[in-house]
Write a protein that binds this ligand. Sequence first.
Ligand code: COA
Length: 259
Amino acid sequence: MAIENVLIEKRGRVAIVTVNRPDKLNALNIKTREEILAAFDELAGDAEIRVVVITGAGEKAFIAGADINEFAGMTAVGQRAVMKGRRAFDAMEDFPKPVIAMINGFALGGGCELALACDIRIASSNSKLGQPEIKLGIIPGGGGTQRLTRLIGEGKAMELILTGDMISAAEAERLGLVNYVVAPEELEAKTMELANKIAEMSPVALAMAKQSVKNAARLDLRAGVEAEVDLFALCFSSEDKEEGVRAFIEKRKPDFKGR
Ligand code: COA
């Protein structure tokens, strides 16, 4: 498969995946979604990479949603077939390393949903977020009704999904939909600062921590706490645990190897 719509840049321990269809505001057509999956598969197996940042090319958009042109004339059977394979949204969530959405403009529909499936979201102050599907006579289909509701609560999620209204980055921050809002010229520096800080941690512990936090939305409290105990104990099988504890005792910085 020729990779056309997704770029991968590696900066030390951090990889930046850029959805690259700026003339279409990085709208997710089928090919782009497949390429995102391929990019994440490559990065999952790259031991040098500990954190992934996903963003959109150009000045205007993170991702302006699914490619609406592919909906025209599409049947229910056809659409179901497109959606029933492995999905980019789930790939962010299942990815064994932290994923940060660097939101640099419109994050609408599937773009907002892709950001919701990431672990941390940082937005430029000129970004606009929303789930406008209702205006097309459809509903969010990339996990939006579930992940948005879990993240910001039913009342506000319902309002955004029923009205299709876009909200500002500042409002998104107020709702807890994004972690930080920064000036556009500071977006990359702020994102990389956070990504590099996380990338210094043990990759083993990062994977366990991500899985355990994700369990909060999947399991009831008792099962989640029990699973946390197992994941906690599993960290004790790593060389990184020994290194982290020794480094503390020896009053030095740990050097985690991901083993
Ligand atoms: N699917 C396909 N193409 C899209 C797209 C999408 N989701 N979003 C934007 N584009 C295309 C436009 O059709 C246009 O292409 P063209 O130059 O070939 O005509 C190009 O990207 C630029 O978009 P444009 O609408 O001219 O920019 P704008 O600044 O006037 O408006 C938006 C920006 C985001 C408000 C507007 O593009 C929009 O509403 N997009 C759809 C958002 C949406 O409903 N997403 C959910 C889909 S389920």
